[in-house]
Write a protein of this length. Structure first.
Length: 383
């Protein structure tokens, strides 16, 4: 695995994220935490809330709770209390950091990035920030804050060259490295699928960004020869009622199901015919990488961050369609399902992504960058 104890330069790392709920950023961070811990690095995992624990952590990871979450608050209560909550978060986070004195802090997501950066700056601890979504999708005020904070971080990680270029041009960053998201061995099943089901699956939160409604409409337009296929949407979110209403309006209750959140949904249902990612935008879609690594023939929208293009070579290891183009999605699904010979070849090609994104390799890259940031921080250099 590398990074032997006797020559390791990093011994204590703290990770920050708002909560441990079902999501791509959360899965990446918990995977890295567990991998670092297994390498005998003293690893801390800090969240704003007091109870979220969707993704498991290695038993040696030390979990720190700020007990200052807002998930259960209504909009008005959150609006009135948020200034006091942010002060509470900063005070508790700073106290933990002061007591633990990590070699480096790693933070994902806007609010933890902001508060974590403030605390580290005051305590003289290096921090690496990471943007996990399309950085152009934020509002003007938030982007102004991001530009100020992100350009002053000791290190910055993004997941594609396109996002790197966006951050350099829009946020004035010159300290960026690109590190792909990891796929753990526990997320992938390598045994061959004996028989594929006539089922199309997608996984994601039921929010506008994911555009599951377009996928439902596209599915309803498939020709009669595909009438024995089903569509399963794994996930939960505020648009559930709208999606259920759409399914009913299109008279698809017997063919479209919305079973909710399921851990390892892709691995558990890798015998599906297709995986489809219809999102309007993404940072680095873990679900797409996971689907391909499990040998699922995959279709993705060609969203602006460029990571789908990075993963998929058209008709060689998957398929791309234009963002929001419902008719193109219909034709792409037909194309994927109708060419049996090419379907088999794509299955063989798409699993190769796992070799590039295996957790052990990605953790090596993170640790090398952490060591670099720590050394240059100690010398007072700019990254």
């Amino acid at each position: 695995m590398g990074n032997k104890l006797e020559d390791r330069k990093v011994h204590k790392v703290m990770f920050l994220i708002p909560d441990n709920v079902a999501g791509g950023a959360e899965r990446v961070m918990t995977s890295l935490c567990s991998e670092f811990s297994r390498r005998n690095i003293d690893t801390y995992f800090m969240t704003f809330d007091s109870e979220s624990n969707f993704y498991p952590l290695d038993e040696k990871v030390k979990v720190l709770r700020l007990n200052a979450g807002t998930k259960k608050m209504g909009k008005l209560e959150k609006y009135l209390k948020i200034p006091f909550i942010e002060l509470k978060r900063k005070k508790r986070m700073k106290q933990f950091m002061k007591e633990i004195r990590p070699d480096v802090v790693i933070s994902f997501m806007f609010m933890t990035n902001l508060i974590g950066w403030k605390c580290c700056r005051e305590l003289g601890i290096p921090i690496i920030l990471s943007e996990r979504n399309d950085p152009l999708r934020y509002g003007k005020k938030k982007r102004k804050i991001m530009k100020y904070v992100y350009s002053r971080a000791d290190g910055f990680v993004c997941q594609s060259d396109v996002v790197k270029q966006i951050c350099e041009e829009n946020y004035g960053l010159d300290n960026i490295v690109v590190i792909y998201n990891p796929i753990g061995d526990d997320q992938v099943e390598t045994a061959p699928v004996v028989e594929r089901k006539k089922n199309i699956i997608t996984v994601g939160r039921m929010i506008p960004q994911k555009n599951q409604a377009m996928l439902i409409r596209a599915f309803s337009k498939l020709p009669e020869e595909y009438s024995d296929y089903t569509l399963t949407i794994y996930g939960e979110g505020p648009l559930r009622n709208e999606l259920e209403k759409l399914v009913s309006e299109l008279d698809l209750e017997s063919r479209v199901s919305l079973p909710g959140v399921e851990k390892n949904a892709i691995k558990n249902h890798r015998d599906a015919a297709l995986f489809v990612l219809p999102s309007d935008f993404e940072g680095y879609p873990n679900v797409l990488a996971e689907a391909m690594s499990n040998g699922l023939v995959s279709i993705s929208s060609d969203f602006p961050s460029g990571t789908a293009q990075m993963m998929i070579e058209e008709a060689k290891n998957g398929y791309l369609f234009s963002v929001g183009n419902e008719e193109e999605l219909v034709q792409t699904i037909i194309k994927a399902l109708s060419d049996e010979k090419n379907y088999q070849e794509i299955q063989k090609e798409c699993v190769k992504l796992f070799d590039q994104t295996r957790l052990s390799k990605i953790a090596d890259r993170w640790l090398a960058y952490i060591e670099r940031v720590k050394e240059e921080f100690a010398r007072g250099d700019d990254i």
